[in-house]
Write a protein of this length. Structure first.
Length: 388
């Protein structure tokens, strides 16, 4: 007899609020369907007001189920989960959907949850860069991680860098810890868009650098503005195309501050922000850009770097541990406070670009995505077995 698929729960992550988390889910579900067909059923729980277009995209992945429930409109059961040990409404939703294991992503359902749970901790940014978090937000995040650890959750991390941070921040934790490295496989349907048409639609030149990061302060867009200022002074004419949401609940005015600097320095033709654009356009822009830029001060595991790797895109990255881990030295690096070094890298690559070259998915990408699916699978099954 063929065993029934393992049903795992994931709370919906809004692309508008966290594009990397949304892309993680979509790529994970597609990887499981492709490399472990019939073994898993992802059940995505969402509130009644979630963006329909995002859910349609997730539901298009074979096997994915979407469950709408008021229990996921915000976190109405969090107080009960902390005080009484159980978010009853969420637990009832899991029971009704016959869930075998729950992935807790920025949410705690209680130490009395009658279903095995895995706490996904993408990064420990609040410990490395506490100044970027309002005090209440920092402690809310810290308390959430501590109660997950105290509840004996299996901990899922995204990199060896995050594992080192976890061991340093929580040296007494005895939880089972698993590192699941994300990898992306761009859907074939997303690659049918003609990059030349996308470039023309956005009024971009043939040669441009691509920065697809949401406007959070730790993403360090200001360093790119400083590098462009240096390049302008040197008489080097380059364009940076940026995309991604401007919404940051921790610092709502950050985008306006960066944009004001762009206008003040006369860089509006050199720094083009497109906003949130369709994913097929993201891939189109990646496939023909001069290089990917990621100046971030901190990453758990960069989605944009993974997407660039899948096409063999040249990369200019901040010199942080996780970027070194992700690229194994196959990129150009600069210090997070060194705009001159970034400007030098951009000058060198801009001089090498000789026209529009459309890149395709690299041959070994299947191996990376297969390993991602297998690692996630082992983590889920281990959690179920441990609590069986």
């Amino acid at each position: 007899m063929t065993p029934r698929p393992l049903r795992f729960a994931f709370s919906h992550i809004s692309r508008r609020l966290w594009a990397g988390g949304y892309n993680y889910q979509r790529n994970l579900f597609a990887a499981l369907d492709r490399f472990l067909p019939g073994e898993f059923v992802p059940v995505v729980f969402t509130g009644t007001r979630a963006e329909e277009s995002e859910l349609v995209e997730l539901a298009a992945v074979p096997g994915v189920e979407i469950v709408r429930s008021e229990a996921f409109d915000g976190q109405p059961g969090l107080a009960a989960a902390l005080a009484l040990g159980l978010d009853r409404a969420a637990a009832a939703a899991f029971r009704s959907a016959r869930v075998d294991v729950v992935v807790e992503a920025a949410r705690f359902f209680g130490w009395r949850l009658p279903v095995p749970a895995v706490a996904w901790i993408p990064d420990l940014q609040h410990r490395s860069l506490p100044q970027l978090f309002p005090r209440a937000a920092r402690w809310r995040r810290e308390i959430g991680f501590r109660v997950q650890i105290a509840s004996g959750r299996t901990i899922m991390l995204s990199s060896q860098s995050a594992l080192r941070d976890f061991r340093a921040c929580y040296p007494h934790a005895r939880n089972r810890v698993s590192v699941v490295r994300f990898a992306t496989q761009p859907p074939a349907a997303f690659l049918n868009t003609d990059p030349a048409e996308v470039i023309a639609a956005y009024g971009l030149p043939a040669n441009y650098f691509y920065l697809p990061n949401q406007f959070y302060r730790h993403k360090n867009h200001q360093l790119v503005v400083d590098a462009l200022t240096i390049l302008k002074r040197r008489g080097v004419d380059v364009v940076v195309c940026a995309s991604g949401s401007t919404e940051d609940r921790r610092e709502p005015g950050y985008y306006d501050l960066v944009n004001a600097e762009i206008q003040k320095r006369g860089l509006d033709t050199h720094f083009r922000h497109l906003g949130v654009i369709p994913l097929p356009h993201v891939y189109a822009l990646l496939r023909v850009c001069t290089a990917l830029l990621n100046p971030s001060r901190f990453e758990g595991w960069s989605t944009t770097v993974e997407e660039a790797k899948s096409f063999g895109v040249p990369m200019i990255l901040s010199d942080i541990d996780v970027h070194r881990e992700q690229t194994a030295g196959a990129a150009r690096y600069f210090g997070v406070d060194d705009p001159a070094a970034l400007a030098d890298h951009m000058t060198q690559l801009a001089g090498h670009n000789s026209g529009l070259v459309i890149r395709n998915v690299v041959a070994h990408q299947d191996d990376n995505v297969r390993a991602f699916a297998a690692s996630f699978s082992a983590t889920m099954r281990q959690a179920v077995h441990q609590n069986g």
